[in-house]
Design a protein around this ligand. Structure first.
Ligand SMILES: C[S@@+](CC[C@H](N)C(=O)[O-])C[C@H]1O[C@@H](n2cnc3c(N)ncnc32)[C@H](O)[C@@H]1O
Length: 455
């Protein structure tokens, strides 16, 4: 086998990526800022995940550094505070303590600002980075209305909350900056330049790509321009190139700012702490961990899900149990005292009602099923004793748990069926459809492991 053939064989089916021109320029810029690509990272398209990172030469083991990026390469609060042109758009006299915005939404605004600079003057320091950002995102937020109608309440709830947040922050931006004219093109912000559509994209660019960074560790500016505008910490940053790492549930990674010995500058360092095999070879995709996140969170915040996600669980709500009662003849025939539902709500017992493939039924789900279906007394002192007493005294709630699972499986089959009736799916719809199928697989596996032998 010749050298090229050997390399092809080793590389597998990865391909080069569309944004390679921008990445090439970005490489040069990061290098000029002091980045030395010690781990020889490269961006490639991988069949499972799309664009991601690997090293063409280095092998990785637990404890190895994945990347060391100078903090000056990041878009952080320090970047915004040191950008006089951007700060000039925000008149601090207009800041109102009752209407503040998140740092995430301000960074989204910064991206739009830089994009406009790039479009009108070709003079944004972040042009190359902007060229590496995806043109679209696959969170359910971008699903068509017909697709949203096929999604479960748990997904819709989060999508509606995101929509509300984005609209509120956009309105706030309009009131602060909207009426001003751009110096370069004379157009009005938030009328002609920063459209709601663009803000949505920028918002999800930050949502899906930002990294955690303890802003207190950055050298603080002499005077903060944005502090009175922000409603929380500024503990995130965009990290050009580093944001090409995809997520896996089978690695543990840490990220920290480290002082560069003998200088005042800092590096943002990602370390591979643990992985599921002894080592990763050149050309194998390198993953990081975005956290121990279940698929619902991965879908709604990042626009993807993992098959057999080690951190997954399936959550139920009180209204799932109410619907189960309404649809199950046997359960509907019983009477239920409203004090029991009131007690559950007052003590937030409906939070953390979930099933987990290994651990079984969560404590709260067991308590709630017991209180609703097995408990005769409805006086608060008795309910208290039961809810916060010894788990062993609960009656067997296995039949009700099985009914609940069967009810959910039927409901999710309905969602999948409805989606499959649609003439076509958007990219977000396709991802959401896969997520629903993964939920069904999870529920079936749970049923097989925890219910069938007992029923
Ligand atoms: C920080 S970016 C990672 C790089 C990204 N793939 C890109 O091309 O820019 C996060 C996004 O990558 C995608 N992603 C991350 N991990 C993934 C995975 N394991 N499988 C599929 N997509 C993934 C999701 O679209 C997510 O919103």
């Amino acid at each position: 086998m010749g050298r090229t053939q050997r390399q092809r064989h080793r590389r597998g089916p990865q391909t080069t990526i569309d944004s390679s021109d921008s990445l090439h320029v970005l490489f040069g810029q990061l290098h000029a800022l002091g980045w030395r690509n010690h781990s020889q990272l490269s961006a490639l398209n991988f069949p499972q995940t799309g664009r991601g990172l690997c090293s063409k030469r280095t092998r990785f083991q637990a404890g190895d550094e994945l990347i060391r990026l100078p903090a000056s390469c990041l878009i952080s609060i320090a970047t915004l505070e040191s950008d006089a042109q951007f700060k000039a758009l925000f008149n601090t006299d207009l800041f109102d303590k009752d209407s503040r915005m998140s740092f995430q939404s301000l960074v989204a605004c910064y991206l739009m600002h830089q994009q406009h600079l790039h479009d009108t003057t070709q003079n944004s320091p972040w042009s190359a980075y902007l060229g590496t950002l995806p043109g679209s995102y696959t969170t359910p937020y971008f699903c068509a209305m017909s697709e949203l109608q096929c999604l479960p309440e748990s997904v819709l709830e989060r999508t509606v909350a995101q929509n509300r947040q984005i609209r509120d922050y956009y309105q706030l931006l309009k009131s602060l900056v909207g009426a001003q004219h751009c110096e370069c093109c004379g157009q009005r912000y938030c009328e002609d330049i920063w459209t709601l559509e663009e803000y949505r994209r920028a918002y999800f660019a930050v949502n899906t790509r930002s990294v955690y960074l303890n802003a207190h560790q950055l050298q603080p500016p002499a005077r903060s321009h944005f502090r009175a505008l922000l409603n929380g910490s500024a503990n995130l940053a965009l990290a050009p190139f580093l944001d090409l790492f995809n997520h896996s549930d089978s690695v543990r990674t840490t990220a920290e700012l480290q002082l560069v010995p003998g200088s005042k500058s800092q590096d943002y360092v990602l370390t591979l702490d643990a992985l599921s095999k002894p080592e990763l070879r050149p050309y194998e995709q390198l993953f990081i961990s975005y956290g121990a996140l279940p698929n619902l969170k991965l879908l709604t915040e990042y626009g993807f899900y993992l098959e057999r996600n080690a951190h997954d669980y399936f959550e139920f709500t009180l209204s799932d149990i109410e619907q189960l009662i309404a649809h199950n003849k046997q359960l509907a025939a019983q009477s239920y005292h409203r004090n029991i539902f009131k007690f559950i709500r007052e003590h937030n017992l409906m939070d953390q009602m979930f099933v987990h493939i290994q651990d079984g039924c969560s404590h709260n789900l067991r308590v709630v099923l017991h209180l609703i279906f097995k408990q005769q007394a409805h006086f608060p002192n008795v309910l208290n004793q039961i809810a916060f007493g010894d788990v062993d005294q609960f009656d067997n709630v296995q039949p009700e748990l099985s009914y609940l699972l069967a009810h959910k499986i039927k409901e999710y089959r309905g969602f999948v069926g409805a989606m499959e009736q649609l003439p076509q799916l958007t990219e977000s719809g396709t991802v959401a459809h896969g997520y629903l199928l993964e939920c069904l697989r999870y529920l079936h596996d749970f049923e097989a492991a925890h219910c069938e032998a007992n029923s």
